[in-house]
Design a binder for this molecule. Structure first.
Ligand code: AP5
Length: 217
């Protein structure tokens, strides 16, 4: 099963993608994580995208399409979850071409619908494990044992530089203006489903599972 998770910043795409990855051994393809890894490595690409990400703007389609193309090629035979790509109509069209060339297709596109007013609170409380990337929240999702990652046991946690109120507003504007227009694109293809992303994390995960189980028939 190949799926795409859509939704504004803080909707819970990464949280749900990690769950699906653990439960169904699917491969998570998060373009945000890929870009952050480039930044940490100090690569030319990482330096190029740093200011754009910190301003909450979108990286150019050319860069993003090249970045994801290198990963799509190795996916045959593995279920995958796209998280953060595509984010514009040109990216969605390029994705279709890349999948087609590799004999792949999207089975489900799942939109997490959320109340924008809750997102700044969600994002400003977010922290992640530095080692494995597992995502937590100061109030909504704390590690079971304080200071220890549930997934890998690391003690090292980080907060993202773009997780502040001013940048979140710019990211939400980018979502509304550039990403939301891809929803009708997938609706027309008949693969778009919506899940209430305001429900507790476990409920959202259960809803997604129901969609995937129904799709398997
Ligand atoms: P990216 O890393 O993709 O960020 P984003 O889309 O803004 O999404 P987030 O990671 O902030 O949110 P999420 O939906 O994954 O929420 P999460 O599960 O963590 O992109 C970063 C930047 O990279 C972009 O701004 C852009 O510059 C660039 N970029 C990336 N891809 C690009 C592309 N294709 N084109 C152009 N530029 C690109 O949850 C958030 C918090 O809420 C967590 O603390 C979590 O524990 C909590 N939470 C989750 N679900 C719930 C729930 N149901 N109830 C309560 N709390 C919850």
């Amino acid at each position: 099963m190949n799926i795409l998770l859509l939704g504004p910043p803080g909707a819970g795409k990464g949280t749900q993608a990690k769950r699906l990855e653990e439960r169904y051994s699917m491969v998570q393809l998060s373009t945000g994580d890929m870009l952050r890894a480039e930044r940490v490595s100090g690569s030319a690409l990482g330096k190029r995208v740093q200011a754009i990400m910190d301003a909450g703007e979108l990286v150019s389609d050319d860069i993003m399409i090249a970045l994801i193309a290198s990963r799509i090629a190795g996916l045959k035979g593995k279920g995958f979850i796209l998280d953060g790509f595509p984010r514009t109509v040109p990216q969605a069209k390029a994705l279709d071409r890349m999948l087609d060339e590799n004999g792949l297709a999207l089975d489900q596109v799942i939109e997490l619908t959320v109340d924008e007013n809750a997102l700044i609170d969600r994002i400003s409380g977010r922290f992640s494990c530095k080692k494995c990337g597992a995502s937590y929240h100061d109030r909504y999702h704390q590690p079971k044992q304080e200071g220890l990652c549930d997934v890998c046991g690391s003690h090292d946690f980080i907060r993202r530089p773009d997780d502040n109120a001013a940048t979140v507003k710019a990211r939400l504007a980018a979502y509304r203006e550039q990403t939301a227009p891809i929803l009708p694109y997938y609706r027309r293809k008949g693969v778009l489903r919506s899940v209430d992303g305001m429900a507790p994390i476990d409920h959202v995960a259960a809803e997604i599972e129901t969609i995937l189980n129904n799709a398997k028939g």
